[in-house]
Design a protein around this ligand. Structure first.
Ligand SMILES: Nc1ncnc2c1ncn2[C@@H]1O[C@H](COP(=O)(O)OP(=O)(O)OP(=O)(O)O)[C@@H](O)[C@H]1O
Ligand SMILES: [Mg+2]
Length: 337
């Protein structure tokens, strides 16, 4: 196999004597999918952590990979980064088969792990230099790349601070910088915003959008639903299986066959229980001091629902139409299992 065939992934191999090689390689390089995952599975002994997951990701997309704790998100990422070997299935990362060429894949990706693998005893600059070495950034380009990354992450002027002493928000930006030091076309971010304050979270997302705008494809896990709403595509994992994958709007359209209402009703917990059992109520949950329902509008009007609840001895103070959210979709999907 030639180097070019390797770079384009074995599925796109071209015979070496094909005189159109150069042109074809160019065309296919432009079209290569950042991620093509088919039946990807990981078992740890008898336990299946990732169960026949398939999806594709287009260049420049931000894909949110969501799911409860232990649903297989990190395990998927570790397979896609070539860190653990899939038990079954295939994954092409930037066109490269990750099980066959894990080392080649590593040059194409940046990975910000869930625990931000930074060295606390090193300075900000030393961490970046370390990762430039890990990712084989050519010596001649290293200083320039580090300067760019410091600027992008807003860390210019903080180069000589000890990493263990900087705040959570700065650590997060430094970890992102380390994952980007070799300018990869595909970035994996595993819960990058957990434990950072809302302002740092927003600023971090501004950086994500900027990177995506410049053409980087971003695969990100998060437990924050507001962040998921801002992804181009959202995939939802549950107990190792991929239950849904679409745009946030399409997910709501497909799964939420109804309107979302918030009810101010007492006693609240009893009301949620009663609502959950009512015909024409797709789901009922507690949202702060309100009962949140997804209802079938052909069955209920606010007045009818109020009357039905009053009849059951509950006191309804108000029924308010609210926007449905991805959280509604995921509650429905998770309960539908
Ligand atoms: N090396 C391993 N050996 C055995 N089981 C493992 C291993 N790595 C992960 N698991 C199990 O696989 C399941 C999926 O774990 P994973 O870390 O992928 O979940 P996750 O969706 O990233 O969860 P979280 O949101 O908590 O980060 C869990 O039950 C976990 O305990
Ligand atoms: Mg995880």
């Amino acid at each position: 196999m030639t180097q070019k065939q390797l770079e384009n992934g074995d599925s796109h191999s071209i015979p070496e004597n094909d005189t159109r090689n150069e042109r074809n390689v160019q065309v296919m390089t432009n079209q290569v999918l950042p991620l093509e995952v088919i039946g990807l599975t990981k078992k740890f002994g008898d336990f299946t952590a990732v169960n026949h997951v398939s999806f594709t990701v287009q260049p420049g997309e931000v894909i949110g990979y969501l799911g409860p704790n232990g649903s297989g998100k990190t395990t998927t990422i570790r397979m896609l980064c070539g860190l653990i070997i899939p038990t079954e299935g295939t994954a092409r990362v930037m066109g490269i088969d990750v099980a066959k060429y894990p080392e080649k894949v590593k040059t194409q990706i940046g990975y910000m792990s869930q625990k931000f693998a930074l060295y606390d005893d090193l300075t900000v600059l030393e961490n970046l230099q370390f990762y430039a070495g890990v990712y084989d950034v050519p010596q001649a380009e290293e200083a320039g790349r580090i300067k760019e990354v410091l600027q992008m992450a807003g860390l210019t002027g903080r180069e000589n601070l000890r990493t263990g002493e900087i705040s959570g928000g700065w650590r997060q930006r430094l970890a992102l910088g380390c994952a980007l030091v070799h300018k990869p076309p595909l970035l994996f971010l595993d819960e990058p915003t957990s434990g950072v304050d809302p302002v740092a979270r927003r600023e971090f997302w501004d950086l994500i959008y900027q990177l995506a705008h410049e053409g980087t494809t971003i695969f990100i896990t998060t437990h924050y639903m507001d962040e998921a709403e801002h992804c181009n595509q959202v995939a939802f994992m549950y107990r190792g299986k991929l239950l849904a994958h679409d745009t946030p709007e399409a997910l709501k359209h497909t799964y939420l066959k109804g309107a979302a209402w918030d009810l101010d009703v007492t006693p609240l917990l009893e009301a949620v229980e009663v609502l959950g059992k009512m015909e024409g109520v797709a789901q009922a949950s507690l949202h702060g001091d309100r009962a949140h329902v997804i209802i079938k509008p052909e069955v209920w009007t606010p007045e009818k629902l109020s009357a039905a609840l009053t009849e059951k001895g509950l006191k309804v103070n108000s029924v308010e139409t609210v926007l449905s959210t991805l959280e509604d979709v995921f509650t429905l999907l998770a309960h539908g299992i």
